[in-house]
Structure formats: C-alpha cells, structure tokens
Design a protein around this ligand. Structure first.
Ligand code: SGN
Ligand code: CA
Length: 541
C-alpha cells in the first residue's frame, strides 16, 4: 500500500513505521481511534470537487484554444494534471452524478436516466464512506438525484436544474430559500462560507461544489451580458453533417439549425412580445426572476439584437449559423463567470493555507456539442459528449504533472477519493483509484477499454438507447437498440470526427470481433445482464 494514505512531513516518519506493521484497514482503525485534533494533523488530504454542468473540453482553453480563454481552470491543470482520455459512463446529469457518488455503472446504482429515476440514497456511496472514515462531507449546488442527499454533514442544493437568476436553494431543514444574485457566485459564496465558518476544522474534508453553469439555456451574469459579442466563432467542420450510415444520429432532436430542437426564444433569446414558441413560457419565467433594474438592462440588450434579427428575416443556413453564434456567445459568457468563480475558490484555498493539502478536482457531468454534427446537448457515445474535462491540482506529495493519457471514467472518482482518505475501496465498485496516476506512476496493466450505456429514450432530444466499448488504441463499437437495432464501428485514429461507420465493411472483421470480445468481457465484469442479452444481432463472429 506504500504511500497511498498521505501524510504531511511532520508525521511522515511515524506513518511509514506504522505501514510496515499495518494493512490499510488497520490504518483506518488507528485513524479513527486518535483524538480529533490529531486526526486532522495526521495529514489526510482534503478534496474540493468542482463539477459543472454540460461544460465541454472544446470550451476550456487548456484542452482547446480555439474558442475561449479559461485561465483559472487552466491553472488547475498547470499546477497538476490534465486527463486527456477522460470519459463518463452515461452522458446525462443524474446518471453521471450517481456514477460519481457510487463508483458504479448505472445498471448497478439504479439511476439510469433523469426522467424516471429517484436515486436510492440508502445504498453505499463514497461520501458515506468518507464520512465514516472521519471526513467532513459537504455539498453545495446542483444535486438532481430527486431523493434527499445522504452521507453529507452539510448540504445546500438547488431544486432540480436550479435557476441562474436569484435562485432557490433547499436547506437541510427542507426549507426553500430564494437568494439574491447569480447562481455561480452564490454557489461559490456558500462553498467558501462552509470552508471558512461551518466545517469542523479538526477533520479533513471533502467538499462537492456542483455548479449549475453552463446548462441550457445559458443565461449570463449581468456584468458579462455584453461579452463575446464582437466574436464570430468558427463553424465546426461537421456542422452540416448528413448522418450517412448513422440512423440514430439522424433521428436525434438536438440540431441547432432546427427551430423545434433549438428554440429561437428560449435558447437564443430572440424574444419579442407575443412571440409564442414551445419554450417561450419557460424562458419568460426564468428571466422573470431578475429584479426590475437588471431586467430592464437585460431587455435593453437582447431587444436590440432581436429587432435586428427580425429585420433580417433569416432562413436556412443563415438562420442556423446565426443561432450557432448566439449559442456560442451566451455559453461563453456563462463560462466566464464560472472561470472567475473557480479562481475565487482557488484564491480562498491559497489564502487559507489549504491549497497544498487539498486535491482540487475540476470536471463536468459530461461533455457537450458545440455545433459538431450540427448539435447542442450530449447523450451520445460520440467523443464530444462521451468525454468530459478532468483536471486536478495536486497537493504536496503527489508529484504527477502534465497530461495523463490513461483511460479514466467518472466511476473512478469514488475509488480515488477513498484511496486518498486511506479507506479500502469496496470490491463492488466498478471504478479504479486514480491515485497511482497522481503519484506519477503508469501501471502497465492499466485498463485498455471503457464501457458506456445510455438509457434515456424515448425522451427529450430523442437519442436512442445504446451501449458500447471504446479502446485505448482508438476503436469504438456502439450498439443502438430498443426501437432500432444498429451497430457502429469507428476508427478514431483515422476518423476522429466519427463520420464513417465501418461496421460490417470488408476488412473490418478482425477488429470488430476483437471489440465485441472486449464489450462482452466488460458487460460480464460489470454484470450488465440486460445488455448482454441485447448482443444477439451482432454480426461478425
Ligand atoms: C433539460 C433540458 C435538456 C437537457 C436535459 C438534461 N431541456 O431537460 O435540453 O438535455 O435537461 O440535462 S430544458 O428545456 O429544460 O432546458 S442534464 O444535464 O440535466 O442531464
Ligand atoms: Ca449535464
């Protein structure tokens, strides 16, 4: 177990002596037996886990320089590591959060989709295990798992998706309290307030800061409402994808150019009185939360854009590209507040002398389409939404730096934090601890493939159910099922945009067979019995 439980220099010596005679469970018992003041001094790292909503690597400058600058997010990576092969197990908010909390794929944690799920809070979760091991546990922001959070000493969460302007928060007493301000600032205020005033300083802590930003419909903080308006963002090469050979991609409802999918009022804010679209009412109720002064400023800004837009009477490609620019600009504005607030969080940690004893994690609940394939939203196992940003600022003693290429998934976060706390990782967790990677090691037997399963269909955006496998050497096999039965195979080294479905093409037999074998291996390992039964239509054995 070597250096897995982390100690600060003062007790380093004693720790190593103890390691010789104790296994990890014994260390845990030892830790919980010592008085609280010593327990914190025993040097287990704190964890600050910052998770945003729908923030994708294309919009984070340390991953992709084309669109925006995110200096504070980039700082996390610059002082630590950036995972360049980071993925989710099910590209949707609730399921992703459940995977993170449990370290298990959706079919085992039970929360397979947002629309019918209630997270079973009585099950084993990482925060519960951390708490049992002497950590203070706190959660601020988006929860989205319907049931009451369990395993937290403190929580203050937004109902459902939450609101950008003057949002409501649910307290531990069950009260709903409306707070003045912009959601990203308020969530950060609450997180800092917990660290400064509410926690038990004798204990190490894990704090989950779950931002609402940058979820649809991308409502900016008032001070940034005019940002990015002079920018014209380059259109992704695949914006006019024809979805040839990909019927599930053709059947989705998340096209920027489609006025039913992307609403001209709700999503692009081109509202004028009396204009009724499917989502006008939702939009008006969201911006109706602004106070009258901000509302006047908001209207002044978007009304003039709307007047100009209506005068131009755009259609076809011109309209699609206009919507794309509006989408990119508003998303970038929301991100600007987010980046500021991650900066504030880092500054607080630094000024409180916590930075060097804290693992700071920044990630998103999934990736997102910024016009690739003509889309917004997520869900698909295609790269943009299957991947998720993951950067970590490492505390003293963890020496990895730069890019980490090993394949990692959001089921790994729970084992990682447990490992850092010196808690044995339960055998029934699917994920693996990333701690060796943070220590600068590159274990030879690191996993070479990942499993994915998406369930939410029929539902908004109409992305069909699918599961699949992706491999470290750049191949991906996907099976869309339910009211379709369709397989796709991608060679990411030669087709990174996943435009050419190679399944059943001559010459692909060997690789297809290998991927299928890998897929079945993972389905058995994770015991996804339902998916195993759906493999019958596979051709290529
Ligand atoms: C809402 C959005 C969808 C989005 C889901 C899931 N529609 O339903 O566009 O895909 O959330 O997002 S909206 O009209 O209500 O904005 S998730 O990130 O929470 O999973
Ligand atoms: Ca999300």
């Amino acid at each position: 177990m070597g250096g897995r439980a982390i100690l600060f220099p003062t007790i380093f010596f004693f720790y190593h002596i103890r390691c010789i005679i104790m296994d990890r469970r014994n260390i845990l018992l030892w830790a919980s037996a010592v008085p609280a003041a010593i327990a914190s001094a025993q040097g287990r790292y704190n964890v600050v886990y910052i998770m945003t909503d729908d923030h994708t690597a294309q919009m984070m400058s340390c991953y992709d320089n084309r669109f925006v600058k995110t200096p504070n997010l980039d700082r996390i990576a610059a002082d630590g590591v950036k995972f360049v092969n980071s993925y989710v197990a099910n590209s949707l908010s609730g399921p992703s959060r459940a995977c993170m909390l449990t370290g298990k794929h959706s079919h085992k944690n039970g929360f397979t989709n947002n629309e019918h799920g209630i997270f079973d809070g009585s099950q084993q979760t990482m925060p519960k295990l951390m708490r049992k091991a002497g950590y203070q546990t706190a959660l601020v922001g988006k929860w989205h798992l319907v049931s009451e959070p369990t395993g937290f000493d403190y929580y203050n969460i937004v109902p459902g998706q939450g609101d950008y302007y003057n949002p409501d928060f649910i307290t531990m007493k069950g009260d709903t309290v409306r707070e003045d301000g912009y959601v990203t600032n308020i969530i950060t205020d609450k997180a800092i307030d917990w660290m400064e005033n509410k926690r038990d300083r004798a204990k190490p802590f894990i704090l989950f800061i779950h931002h609402k930003a940058c979820h649809r419909c991308w409502l900016p903080e008032m001070k940034y409402i005019r940002e990015y308006e002079d920018r014209t963002f380059a259109l992704p090469e695949t914006f006019y994808d024809d979805y040839e050979g990909r019927p599930a991609a053709a059947a989705q409802e998340m096209e920027i150019g489609n006025n039913i999918h992307m609403d001209i009022v709700y999503d692009t804010k081109m509202y004028s009185p009396g204009k009724q679209t499917r989502l006008t009412d939702s939009y008006l109720s969201m911006i109706g939360r602004l106070n009258s002064r901000d509302r006047a400023d908001y209207d002044y800004f978007y009304d003039s854009l709307t007047t100009d837009f209506e005068r131009r009477n755009l259609s076809g490609k011109e309209l699609a590209e206009f919507k794309y620019q509006r989408y990119m600009r508003d998303y970038a504005k929301v991100l600007k507040s987010l980046d500021d607030n991650v900066g504030r969080t880092l500054k607080y940690l630094e000024e409180s002398n916590l930075l060097d004893s804290t693992l700071v994690v920044y990630t998103s609940d999934q990736g997102f389409y910024m016009g690739e394939h003509g889309w917004f939203d997520k869900r698909f196992m295609y790269e943009e939404s299957y991947s998720t940003p993951l950067v970590m600022r490492l505390p003293d003693g963890l020496n990895a730096r730069g890019d980490i290429r090993e394949m990692v998934q959001n089921i790994d976060y729970a084992p990682t934090f447990l490992d850092i706390a010196g808690v044995p990782v339960p055998e029934d967790m699917h994920g693996v601890s990333l701690l060796p990677l943070l220590e600068g090691k590159h274990p030879k037997n690191w996993r070479k493939s990942l499993y994915y399963h998406f369930y939410e269909y029929p539902a908004e955006h109409s992305v069909k159910r699918h599961y699949g496998v992706s491999t470290a050497d750049g191949w991906k096999l996907i099976h869309f099922y339910d009211d379709i039965d369709h397989w796709e195979l991608y060679d990411l080294n030669n087709d990174p945009q996943e435009l050419h479905n190679m399944y059943a093409r001559p010459g692909m037999e060997k690789i297809t067979k290998r991927l299928m074998k890998e897929l079945v291996k993972l389905q058995k390992e994770y015991d996804d019995q339902d998916a195993l039964k759906l493999n019958d239509s596979f051709k290529g054995e």
